[in-house]
Write a protein that binds this ligand. Structure first.
Ligand SMILES: N[C@@H](CCC(=O)N[C@@H](CS)C(=O)NCC(=O)O)C(=O)O
Length: 206
């Protein structure tokens, strides 16, 4: 059976949990990371030398890097659904995974850590605000995208929606000022209609 290592409140683990849910794969999740430890053990680091989560073991094939795991599972178990068959459509979907990591995540991380994982007395409000404004501006890009299509690559959910959906859900859940992004909100509502999204991603902020 597929095994997934990683604490359920990690944004990168959420990508994998949502993906396996969409694919209907039976899996076992093992808590690891932060308060659970495990990632510092030699056994874990033999699988993942980065000492980070997530890591999967799919019938003896060990893989880390969350976007790569989502691509692998989508191609192996979801060709024609999460992984588009058409190569251009697949690349169209795929690009939003890299975009989320490269363009959205760096400023988002400062807001998330500042507001959710840092006690109020230790928060640097100026840094949080600078990165909140930058993240909001980056999200203008997908606001325009969702004015043209219901999901990142067209009419149906694909792997490209997964990392973005995990970050946007946290963005929508944090007690912060958000600009009006009606198309993004409508896409997030579509995600909230999916049982796998609710199971893997829509969990309390922590
Ligand atoms: N590029 C990696 C990043 C992995 C990563 O940084 N994971 C974080 C959680 S989101 C982590 O392991 N943090 C340390 C910990 O939980 O102990 C991926 O996408 O899988």
């Amino acid at each position: 059976m597929l095994r997934v290592w990683g604490r359920a409140n990690s944004v990168n683990v959420k990508k994998v949990l949502w993906c396996v849910g969409e694919l209907g794969l039976p899996f076992e999740r093992i808590d690891a990371g932060m308060e659970y430890g495990v990632v510092g053990t030699p056994g874990y680091q033999a699988m993942n030398p980065n000492a980070r989560v997530p890591t999967i073991d799919d019938d003896g094939f060990v893989l880390w890097e969350s976007n790569t795991i989502v691509r692998y599972l989508a191609l192996k178990y979801g060709l024609g659904s999460l992984c588009p068959v058409d190569i251009r459509e697949r690349a169209d979907s795929d690009r939003w995974m890299d975009w989320t990591t490269a363009q959205l995540a760096p400023t988002f991380r400062e807001v998330f850590w500042g507001t959710v994982r840092t006690p109020p007395e230790k928060r640097d409000l100026a840094i949080i605000e600078k990165n909140r404004a930058a993240t909001a501006k980056t999200l203008d890009i997908v606001e325009r995208l969702f004015g043209t299509r219901p999901f990142v690559a067209g009419d149906q959910l694909t792997m490209g929606d997964i990392p973005l959906g995990c970050y946007v859900h946290l963005w929508m859940s944090m007690p912060i000022e958000r600009p009006a992004h009606p198309n993004l909100v409508a896409w997030h509502k579509r995600l909230l209609e999916r049982p796998a999204f609710n199971a893997g991603v829509n969990t309390p902020l922590s």
